[in-house]
Every structure is written in C-alpha cells, then in structure tokens.
Design a protein around this ligand. Structure first.
Ligand SMILES: Nc1ncnc2c1ncn2[C@@H]1O[C@H](COP(=O)(O)OP(=O)(O)OP(=O)(O)O)[C@@H](O)[C@H]1O
Ligand SMILES: [Mg+2]
Length: 284
C-alpha cells in the first residue's frame, strides 16, 4: 500500500521496508502491518494528543514517575514545551510498559523499538499466520473459556507482580493466538503501588474478563479474583506462582469493630466501677 505520512520517515531511514496493510484503526492509534528486516511486524502510530480521548485522564497519570525534574516542572505548566513533554511521557508509557512486561514474562507483543512516535512490535498471528483475532471476534467453548480465563488471570497476576495494572483491559485489548491470550494496548497502564485508583482499575480489568469469559462459562460469574489478588498483593504475598481460588471471604472488619467496641465498653464500665469503689472508700 501507499506509505502513510507518519511512516514515511521510518521508510526513508530503512527501519521499515514496506507497508503491507492497515489493521483496524482504534480510538488512540492506527496500526499497520509492515515488513522490516525481512520480518512481518506491527507498527502502531499514535494519534495527535488533540484527537485522543479518555486515557489521558488524571486518574491514570498519578504515580507516574518523571525522572527529570526540569521535565516534571515543564509538564506541570501549560507551555508548548510542557505539552510536548506531557505527550512524550504518554507515548513512552506504552513502550516502557511493553518492555517491562515482556521482561517479566507477561504475554505481550515483543517490542522492537519506538521511533518518531511509531511503536514497532511483534505482530501477533494465529496458527495460519493471519493477524490474531481479538477476544471480541471469537466464540469459545466452555472448556476454552475456562482455560483462557485461567490464563489471563495468571497474566494479570504476573503484571501486578511487575508493578503494573493495565487499566483498560477488555475483549478489545486481548488477542488470542494458539498459546492463549496476548495483552495489547498499554499506554494507560498504571503504577500499582503509586496510584490510588490502582485497586479500582484492577477490579475493573479483572471483572471485564470475568464478564467476557462468563458468557461461555457462567460458573465464572461468581468468582472474586480481583479481591483475592489485591488482598494478597497488598499484604506482599502475591507471586506469579500464587494459586488463586476465585473465592474471597470478606474480612470481618465490621464484626471485629463491634467486638472491639464491646471490649472497650466493658473495660470502661469496669474502670468506672473501680473509681467509684475508690471514691467510696475515701469517703469512709
Ligand atoms: N501486536 C499486534 N499484533 C496484531 N494485531 C494488533 C497488534 N497491536 C494491535 N493490533 C490490532 O490493532 C487494533 C488496535 O490496537 P490498539 O488496541 O493497541 O490501539 P488503540 O487505538 O489504542 O485501541 P483502542 O480503540 O482500544 O483505544 C487492535 O484491536 C488489534 O486488532
Ligand atoms: Mg485497543
């Protein structure tokens, strides 16, 4: 196909040999199949900031590290330089997340590089070499739904152990190849420890997967993996090998509070009685 304008510099530099086709254009980016180094790869071109949508919301930005303080100061200002830095931080977030997760063994496309706002990565394909379908494109047997659900839960755990929450996980951002689900589309990934919304976002991600796979295996609909996972994570016990059950007993905090109150009340009464006895003894 004709080389799109945004890919032109990479073609000129020899990073890309040929643009083969365009995949579905998402809300945030355009995705192309390209040939580079004699391999078929995937090129994701981010849209300009103005055209992009919800993912830049502040809830995602919290806890994101900006190493350079001059940059951090610039980003907080509404200057052109500040906006540019904000934009770069956003683009870099997906690339950083991909490298971090690939290194942690999470099933994500292998990143190959990030040049001029274009992310080059592994093209996920099915058994025949065609571009892999999204979960939303497939119908599953109950057995496959249970199997792939178990696997995506493991991937989410591995991600959390690496310190990240996807933040926009749904049947549109998970591809399916022969070995199972592959997670894509990560520019909004949030820092699990540094973002106050992380627990809520993790629950949304996990419960989106529950609802999707639950269509084919309804027994999944009552599982509580999000709570179980977060509870282990918070107490420092979550590892990629953790065996989750999908069951979660709400901690009986309220009952504990009631019990505590009655202990305090009993102690207070006892103390009052003691003081009264002392006072009475003094008056004698
Ligand atoms: N590495 C890949 N291999 C194969 N297909 C991919 C790959 N990355 C993206 N795609 C395809 O391109 C589509 C858009 O990619 P992605 O979800 O990353 O972009 P987006 O514009 O941010 O999406 P969204 O609409 O969710 O905001 C995906 O739904 C998927 O079909
Ligand atoms: Mg997407």
């Amino acid at each position: 196909m004709k080389v799109p304008k945004r890919l032109q510099p990479l073609v000129e530099d020899g990073m890309i040999d040929e643009v083969i086709s365009q995949l579905m254009s998402g809300k945030e980016a355009q995705v192309f199949v390209v040939r580079a180094n004699d391999h078929v790869q995937c090129a994701k071109v981010f849209k300009e900031a103005k055209q992009r949508s919800f993912k830049q919301a502040v809830e995602y930005q919290e806890g994101r590290k900006v190493r350079n303080t001059r940059r951090a100061r610039a980003m907080s200002k509404k200057t052109q330089y500040g906006q540019k830095e904000q934009e770069n931080a956003w683009l870099n977030a997906e690339v950083d997340a991909l490298y971090q997760l690939a290194a942690a063994g999470v099933r994500v496309p292998k990143p190959y590089g990030f040049i001029d706002g274009v992310l080059l990565m592994e093209l996920i394909t099915d058994a025949e070499g065609y571009v892999a379908p999204r979960l939303d494109d497939v119908t599953l047997s109950r057995e496959d739904a249970l199997r792939w659900h178990e696997q995506i839960i493991k991937e989410i755990v591995r991600m959390l152990c690496a310190g990240l929450v996807h933040g926009d996980l749904s049947e549109f951002n998970v591809l399916l190849n022969e070995e199972g689900p592959v997670i894509i589309d990560l520019p909004q990934a949030v820092n699990a420890a540094g973002n106050n919304n992380a627990e809520r976002m993790l629950a949304r991600d996990v419960n989106n997967m529950r609802a999707y796979f639950g269509q084919f295996a309804p027994e999944l609909l009552t599982t509580q993996y999000a709570k179980e996972m977060w509870d282990l994570y918070e107490s420092g016990k979550l590892t990629p090998e953790s065996q989750l059950t999908g069951q979660f007993a709400e901690r009986e905090d309220l009952a504990d509070v009631d019990e505590l109150m009655s202990v305090i009340e009993a102690a207070t009464t006892e103390e009052q009685e003691r003081l009264e006895r002392l006072r009475a003894a003094n008056e004698d």
